[in-house]
Ligand binder design. Structure first.
Ligand code: BG6
Length: 486
């Protein structure tokens, strides 16, 4: 269904996020007829630039996306006509009154997207307030990193909370907008098959991997202050863990879902100086090969040595009745052998094998439910099957595969398409509430503190490998292995 007409103001309108994610997402929604004429998209940045110059830039940024769509070229001009550009200095009131006058002409949904650094969130919020730009139908979207630690996250949340109501604040975690992530909720609660088994009694362990082949890609300045724990674990991986582990919510209302996730975060077993060495591994890539070519190490890319981790593996535990004793192994890194993100739920072995011929030749492998987030979104259920043939009873672990592309065809919408639509519609279900973000930091901060206290450099790994060998040891110590396709 079409969205109501809206005004979307993007602070950081010429930045990487706007060009690579937000504008392509908006273009796709426009192409599908969801964005109606009269809606306005205003890009804000510091430099002087005319509307037309901005549109030329967006046209270039969208070239590939447009070319991939049969009607792309045809509708591009219509989309560009929705865009305008405004130069504003966040440190100065000049230009703001005009901007405010332009926006307040109609009473409609107004979204401020803060695609700028977190140090500017409070500054923008204050200006918006001072110029009377925050009305009843106004919403604000903030990107991660939402702070650097619990304390800075609180400060940001306080600043936003001074001028916005919590129901107006949309904290994006784009992983929640991914199709397969939403499908996890659909699978768990739309089928009778899984939920009765979804507990320690039947599940041996869970693995969550987000592997990337890219290095730090021109974001070294941000990344070096962040590291993989803050960049990926604090938000994306913990959110996935929450969706796997949460109790069935009463409904899909934003607060039912977020209450359920919050309980998981609060039940995580703390990782501190006492156990961090056993439960966590941090790594940093050295020169190697990735994406089919030789690539430099992290320190070379950065131009100086650094203690920042580009890889993390850790073992988490949710301390409640449902999950007692079930490890959640989390792993993420840059410059790994492939881009692949997945959640693997491994069930327990059958209690007794009737196939045992005394020679141990029939090994039963446990059932696994694999949710592939990317690439090739889909779901695979690994089952034991008889190998056909008249000989003896031979069994093999085979995948029952549901590929989204095959089952549903067409293009998979990008997470931002769904999420931007939700902001305009006023649906906070896939956005993080303040207490969730804070609970996530409360679990992350002691891990970082433990690493700092240990004074240990991240373990090196060669670019194009699955991280330091300690990450393999982390799971193999428990008699388990990282899931590999095939
Ligand atoms: C971002 C991180 O949040 O997620 C990046 O800051 C990372 O470092 C990206 O590359 C991964 O997102 P996706 O959707 O490509 O898995």
């Amino acid at each position: 269904a079409a969205l109501p007409p809206f005004d979307l103001v993007i602070f950081g309108g010429t930045g990487d996020l706007a060009m690579r994610k937000l504008l392509p997402a908006l273009f796709h929604r426009y192409l599908d007829g969801q964005i109606v004429e009269g809606s306005r998209i205003v890009a804000i940045a510091r430099d002087a630039r005319s509307d037309d110059e901005y549109r030329v830039r967006v046209r270039e940024a969208l070239a590939k996306v447009v070319a991939e769509e049969p009607r792309g070229i045809e509708v591009l001009d219509g989309f560009l006509a929705l865009l305008s550009y405004r130069r504003l200095d966040l440190g100065d009131d000049a230009g703001w009154p005009d901007f405010a006058a332009e926006l307040t002409v109609e009473d409609r949904v107004r979204v401020f997207y803060l695609a700028v650094g977190p140090d500017l969130f409070a500054v923008v919020a204050d200006r918006l307030h001072a110029h009377g730009l925050i009305g009843q139908h106004t919403r604000v979207v903030v990107e991660k990193p939402l702070g650097h630690d619990g304390r800075s996250a609180n400060a940001i949340n306080d600043a936003l909370g001074r001028v916005f109501d919590e129901t107006q604040i949309y904290r994006i975690d784009h992983y929640l907008g991914k199709e397969t992530v939403q499908n996890l909720t659909a699978l768990r609660f739309g089928n009778a098959l899984f939920e009765p088994l979804w507990k320690a009694e039947h599940i041996d362990h869970v693995q969550i991997t987000a592997a990337e082949t890219v290095g730090v890609e021109g974001r070294a300045a941000y990344y070096d202050r962040s590291g993989a724990l803050r960049d990926m674990v604090q938000n994306h991986l913990l959110q996935l863990l929450c969706l796997v582990a949460m109790e069935p919510p009463a409904s899909l209302s934003a607060d039912d879902i977020r209450d359920a996730k919050l309980k998981v975060l609060r039940a995580l077993r703390p990782i501190t100086a006492d156990n961090a060495a056993q439960l966590t591994v941090r790594g940093q890539y050295r020169a190697g090969a990735a994406e089919g070519r030789a690539v430099p190490g992290y320190a070379e890319e950065l131009g100086s040595s650094s203690e920042t981790e580009t890889f993390v593996a850790l073992k988490a535990e949710v301390r409640n009745w449902r999950w007692a004793g079930v490890p959640f192994y989390l792993r993420t890194g840059k410059r790994l052998p492939e881009r692949s993100s997945e959640i693997v739920v491994t069930f327990r072995q059958v209690p007794h094998s009737i196939f045992d011929d005394g020679e141990g030749s029939v090994r039963l492998a446990p059932n696994k439910l694999v949710l592939r987030l990317q690439p090739d979104e889909g779901v695979t259920l690994w089952l034991m099957n008889k190998v056909p043939g008249p000989g003896g009873l031979r069994l093999r672990h085979v995948p029952m595969d549901l590929s989204f592309a095959e089952a549903f065809g067409g293009r998979q919408a990008d997470a931002y398409e769904r999420l931007l639509g939700d902001v305009v519609r006023g649906n906070q279900m896939l956005f993080m509430r303040r207490d969730e973000v804070e609970a996530a930091w409360q679990w992350i901060d002691p891990i970082r503190a433990a690493w700092q206290a240990a004074h240990e450099a991240p373990k090196p790994y060669t670019a194009g490998t699955w991280g330091p060998s300690a990450a393999v040891a982390l799971i193999e110590r428990d008699g388990r292995t990282w899931h590999e396709e095939g």
